[in-house]
Design a protein around this ligand. Structure first.
Ligand code: ADE
Length: 232
């Protein structure tokens, strides 16, 4: 099994490692299906004071992350790997991440996420390193760590060996087997009756065809109600 390796260039490495080494991804790491490494940009600071940012040319509020530490951190990683992986810069000024992008990115062996902070990152280092911009939605967060974690969670679960059975990425909302992109049907477990509400009887019938038909119907209804935009 060739693992998929995620690298996160960040000023807050513990946020990333502690957040992602749990639950499903944590198990994926233990099984050797994926690896997640946070690289502290401050280890590449421009001086002994640990400086990684500076005031913006042209004036204005806030600080901008200097190019040198980011450049050095990425180049150091490339030398260590002996290859130049794709570099994704987390920014709200970009195309919004989607399940389709996750499926495409899950084909890579290595992915590097660059997390900005403060007002952002010196533009030149993004150009020189040919960073690809990715947003996770039309809202503004304080830094790129949460977006990187969202993307790693989403991409990581698509890597073979991370989830328990390979079926489970196929049968759900936005999953590959959901042609037409329907939302998933509702789920029920024991007890059969909860606060006066019964489990839909068809699910107790043991009739596979009827159950499949019911689930498909529920998927369509749910998509029409909650995400009519998906029905086109
Ligand atoms: N950094 C700040 N907000 C962001 C967003 N919505 N997506 C990606 N990176 C971000």
């Amino acid at each position: 099994m060739v693992p998929m390796n995620f690298y996160v260039l960040t000023l807050f490495p513990e946020m990333v490692t502690e957040g992602l080494h749990t639950s499903v991804l944590g198990r994926g790491i233990d099984k050797g299906a994926i690896s997640i490494e946070a690289i502290n940009i401050r280890d590449y600071a421009i001086n002994n004071h640990g400086q990684v940012d500076d005031g913006p040319y042209g004036g204005g509020a806030g600080m901008v992350m200097r190019p040198e530490p980011i450049y050095d951190a990425f180049e150091d990683l490339c030398s260590r790997l002996g290859r130049r992986p794709r570099l994704l810069y987390m920014t709200p000024q970009a195309q919004v991440f989607s399940q389709a992008m996750a499926r495409e990115l899950a084909q890579e062996t290595d992915l590097v996420f660059l997390c900005g902070h403060y007002e952002g990152v010196d533009e030149r280092v993004l150009e020189i390193l040919e960073a690809e911009n990715v947003s996770i939605g039309d809202y503004v967060l304080t830094g790129g760590e949460l977006p990187a974690m969202v993307m790693i969670d989403c991409i990581g679960r698509l890597v073979p060996g991370v989830l328990h059975n390979d079926e489970s990425t196929l049968d759900e909302s936005f999953g590959a087997a959901c042609v037409g992109g329907l939302l998933e049907y509702p789920h029920y477990t024991r007890p059969e009756m909860f606060m006066g509400r019964a489990v839909p009887p068809v699910l107790l019938s043991g009739h596979h065809k009827n159950i499949a038909d019911w689930r498909r119907e529920q998927s369509i209804r749910r998509t029409r109600e909650r995400r009519p935009d998906l029905l086109g």
